[in-house]
Design a protein around this ligand. Structure first.
Ligand code: TXA
Ligand code: MG
Length: 330
């Protein structure tokens, strides 16, 4: 059945739809989410159907207060409290032991649950008005780049959902950092960095820990963030020279080529350059927008790798997935 999909700023209309068991997309400061009442299993199931999401990939529960967070966790320790107070509202998800009342479909059968209080007013007001925590993954078809504008969601989800709550462009542009509190481990890097977390809970360097004993984020095993065109990531010692070569080769093959220059300051390239001059926040904020909106006119996006430090770790994590193994060493 095809629904009429409306982009709206009316929080009450969207909250009424959630209470009636519908799913609604809503803007957050990271990316747009596709939400349902966390306690309504039939509604949560609609999220998995609309996205084509594998059922073993758990959803994040979005809350509007620390009290509400405690209501979906089976325990609340000092680390959880300090992290919540330091980073909420904001782009930070904690994985904690799950309370019984959270349906299994939300956590994909795991005994933990991801919880986040979004960092923009519209999202928090929406959750408050819904009167229950809102379970939500990013509002994209599984495998596609995450949406950072209402229009991105509309293009992908029209006919499948009744409303998109337009909270403007997502300011951060990358999904939240996912941090497993009990395992002291980052499961997905984001704009809240390892150093930010260590400032609150001390050393989380787990390089000496046995890989197979550590909990994983199920979502990280799937192909992700892939636009309809090719993305190639260049690593190594002479990135500039390699990009120049690949670009020339692609142009000869009549491909519309664009170069994403995050920090190198490339000059004299034979193709259009999108440059961020080393401003990683700006790059993060615009990455998915570039990946998605380039679909109308790009055949090949060539990106020079950056050091995996600070926000650079989150940017590289998304780029490696967008490139889907298409990595060339110079
Ligand atoms: O910024 C964000 O986090 C956005 C906005 C909408 O809040 N949401 C988002 O959701 O990115 P999603 O579903 O696209 O990614 C959630 C990630 C997945 O990799 C999932 O596997 C992981 O979090 N996750 C959720 N619950 C988990 C759990 N209990 N244990 C381990 N990983 C979990
Ligand atoms: Mg996602």
């Amino acid at each position: 059945m095809s629904l009429k999909t409306e982009i709206t700023k009316d929080i009450h209309k969207c909250a009424r739809a959630i209470k009636a068991g519908e799913i609604v997309a809503f803007g957050t400061e990271t990316v747009y989410g596709l939400g349902a009442d966390c306690f309504n299993e039939a509604a949560v199931k609609k999220i998995f159907e609309a996205k084509g999401r594998p059922s073993d990939n758990p959803l994040i529960v979005h809350i509007c207060s620390i009290e509400q967070a405690k209501s979906v966790a089976s325990c609340w320790n000092e680390d959880m409290d300090m992290l919540a107070k330091a980073f909420w509202p904001g782009p930070f998800t904690i994985i904690v032991p799950k309370a019984q009342n959270v349906p299994k479909i939300v956590s994909a059968g795991l005994d933990t649950v991801g919880i986040r209080m979004p960092g923009n007013y519209g999202a928090v007001e929406f959750i408050r008005t819904c009167g229950a925590p809102v379970a939500a993954p990013s509002a994209n078809t599984s495998g596609r780049p995450s949406p950072t504008k209402a229009e991105h969601v509309f293009k992908d989800m029209k006919g499948k959902i009744p409303y998109i709550l337009d909270n403007g462009q997502s300011e951060k542009g990358l999904e939240s950092t996912v941090y497993d509190v009990m395992g002291k481990r980052i499961l997905r890097p984001g704009v809240i960095t390892k150093e930010d977390i260590e400032d609150i809970v001390g050393n989380i360097d787990v390089s000496s820990r046995k890989e197979d004993s550590a909990p994983k984020s199920p979502g990280t095993k799937y192909a992700h963030y892939c636009p309809s065109y090719e993305v190639v990531l260049i690593k190594g010692k002479d990135i500039e020279k390699k990009i120049y070569e690949i670009c020339n080769f692609a142009i000869k093959a009549n491909k519309k080529c664009v170069i994403l220059d995050i920090k190198d300051g490339f000059k004299n390239m034979p193709a259009e350059i999108i440059s961020f001059d080393g401003n990683l926040e700006q790059c993060a904020a615009n990455l998915y927008k570039i990946l998605l909106e380039g679909e109308s006119n790009i055949d090949l996006l060539i990106v020079g790798a950056i050091p995996e430090e600070g926000i650079g770790a989150a940017i590289m994590n998304r780029l490696e997935k967008a490139a889907a193994g298409n990595i060339i060493y110079s």
